[in-house]
Design a protein around this ligand. Structure first.
Ligand SMILES: CC(C)(COP(=O)(O)OP(=O)(O)OC[C@H]1O[C@@H](n2cnc3c(N)ncnc32)[C@H](O)[C@@H]1OP(=O)(O)O)[C@@H](O)C(=O)NCCC(=O)NCCS
Length: 197
């Protein structure tokens, strides 16, 4: 009988901790505990959260619990998005994650560039490209999907540049500030990604 090495959770987390994905503008790095205060600031900013599913005020404890659950999760892989500032120091600008359904080899992504002065400058698109590449080449996924509110033109434009295709319109699926909006599901398949890279 083949003896399989059992890896402890600590070893898995250590392994996760060493992953870093490098682009030209951004790097995806392990999310640090000291970033929690920034995450909390973003999650209480309506300009940001109107595009997400968050609607409650988020306390430091809630943000910390979310961070702990993401770090411990077997399915959800969280990266922080960083750039280098003028002094070449690491500057946090956002987060992205991929939630994996291992049996069906499907990953569902999310992304937030929380530092608003970095919006619309190509950072989000590059971060998503890195995340998708990681999903197909490291996690061995076959499909990656995500969802965006129909009024989030910047996100939709960015995802389509990465290669996602609009797949489903979930009519009136979100209610924001007194108005119903559609929600758009987008997806990219491994062979489409391979053909277009
Ligand atoms: C969505 C998000 C990740 C996109 O990242 P980004 O770095 O801002 O986007 P990029 O600059 O890489 O790409 C945006 C594209 O949309 C275009 N764009 C920018 N503002 C736009 C707007 N108001 N309307 C339509 N298109 C817009 C840009 O021109 C760019 O396309 P181009 O490169 O063809 O010119 C980022 O804006 C964000 O985190 N927003 C807040 C939270 C959020 O919406 N998260 C996603 C939830 S689904």
């Amino acid at each position: 009988m083949v003896k399989r090495k059992v890896i402890s959770t600590e070893e898995v987390l250590n392994f996760k901790d060493k992953i870093m994905l490098k682009g030209v503008k951004v790097r995806l790095v392990p999310p640090k505990k000291e970033y929690i205060d920034r995450f909390q600031k973003w999650m209480n900013d309506l300009e940001i959260t109107q595009h997400l599913t968050v609607f409650r005020p988020i306390t430091k404890e809630m943000q910390k619990d979310w961070y702990d659950s993401m770090i411990k999760s077997e399915n959800n892989i969280l990266f922080s998005i960083v750039v280098s500032d003028d002094d070449n120091n690491e500057k946090l600008i956002g987060n992205c994650d991929i939630d994996v359904d291992w049996k069906n080899r499907v990953g569902s992504c999310g992304i937030v560039i929380g530092e608003k002065e970095y919006h619309g400058k190509g950072y989000g698109t590059e971060a998503m490209k890195l995340l998708v590449e990681y999903g197909f080449t490291t996690l061995n996924l076959n499909r990656i999907d995500l969802e965006a509110h129909s009024f989030n033109s910047r996100a939709l434009q960015s995802y389509m540049k990465v290669g996602f295709k609009k797949e489903v319109i979930r009519r009136h699926a979100v209610y924001i500030n007194g108005v119903y909006h559609d929600s758009i599901v987008l997806s990219i398949l491994r062979d489409e990604w391979q053909r277009n890279k």
